[in-house]
Design a protein around this ligand. Sequence first.
Ligand SMILES: [Zn+2]
Length: 442
Amino acid sequence: MKRCDLILDNALIVTLDEQERILSGHAVVIKDNKIVDILKSEHAKSVYEAQEIYDLKDKLLLPGFINMHTHIPMSYFKGLADDLPLQTWLEKYIWPNEAKHISKDFIYDASLHGIAELIKNGITQFNDMYFIAEQTAKACINSGMRATIGDTGIDFPMGDFHLPERSFEHIHGLRQEFSEHETINFSLAPHAIYTCSKKTLEKCRDIAQEEKALINIHLSETEFEVDQCIKEHGMRPVEYLDKIGLLSDRLIIAHGVHINEKEMELLKRHNVSVCINTKSNLKLASGFSPIKKYLEYGINLCMGTDSVASNNNLSFFDEMSITAKLHKALNQDPTILPAKEMLKMATINGAKALGAKDKFGSIEIGKIADLITLDTASIECQPFYDPYSLIVYTMGNSAVSDVMINGKFVLKAKQLLTINELEIIVKAKEYKSKLEVLNGSF
Ligand SMILES: [Zn+2]
């Protein structure tokens, strides 16, 4: 008998592997933090001696969702200012509040709150852009969450923690400090081309090269941004990044709403990934990302929620369902973005964008055990004929039953195991009262 930690038994397994296999009557065997075997249930118990056998009857087992664009420490800004244009929202509400309130404690507490929300939405890793990255990293480590965390670069004052030189050069120190934590990675995160100078972006390019780091940037989110870029630099945003030398397979652009075909050719040539943030774009009326064209160009599309301040939740079920339906309607073509493709955007495509498709995004032997289970026993989930359809068009986060990250449960039978839910709710209310005292104007 071989020893293992856990056998996940009896689930309907949505592997999202290259053959797109859906397996019933199989077990997934976990040892340490990895999937070490996938075999018929009746064989599993005769081959493996497990510390725990977990029965997943009436559940789907799938790879965890990968949220590729977040600002997780903005949890406490949820609903603080809505129904405004992006620039007004940023300049009058978000940036002044950040300048006033962010501190090490704020970032840690708000991160933990956001992580609890991510877990309850079946998200097993996120790609973040915010300030004081080490505090978000600590919240991840204490809760068992996996993340790639970017310290935002921005060319104007905001508290003590924002200077681009500090942010970009800081990555080396952060990587050293957290080197023993395999669930934490750090990226470079220049906020946008309208908040970072050419000099700042060049610096980012050089440090990313040295560190072999991922770069996250908001790009072509609004028409205003594109017009400004043409006015200032005589070219469109993707062309501008190309000229600076920032385009590569380590670049992830968030939004990519206003991109023309010439820019798509550049993105494809350099293997840049695009992170689609449908609900945020809808709420801020930024426009509709050209998903159909992106797919024709073979560009890797992953998915993000953006912050809860512009969404206002972290639901990947919402993102998948709304994105699929919106683009069917826009293109007057119900066959585009089928449910299976949406689920790939939410999982394996995120892993590809992170340069980690060998580790995450599907259920295969040798991959890391970042897994979720979804409960199919409820009225709204019965009957079902196709698990992809069920996940994308029917389910919501109430279906999330178990979440495992790096081989360890962080949610089991719908209970958070690493975060005290009551404590973070109390803390959120405390922060709310502080924000209101300091911001009596709204
Ligand atoms: Zn964003």
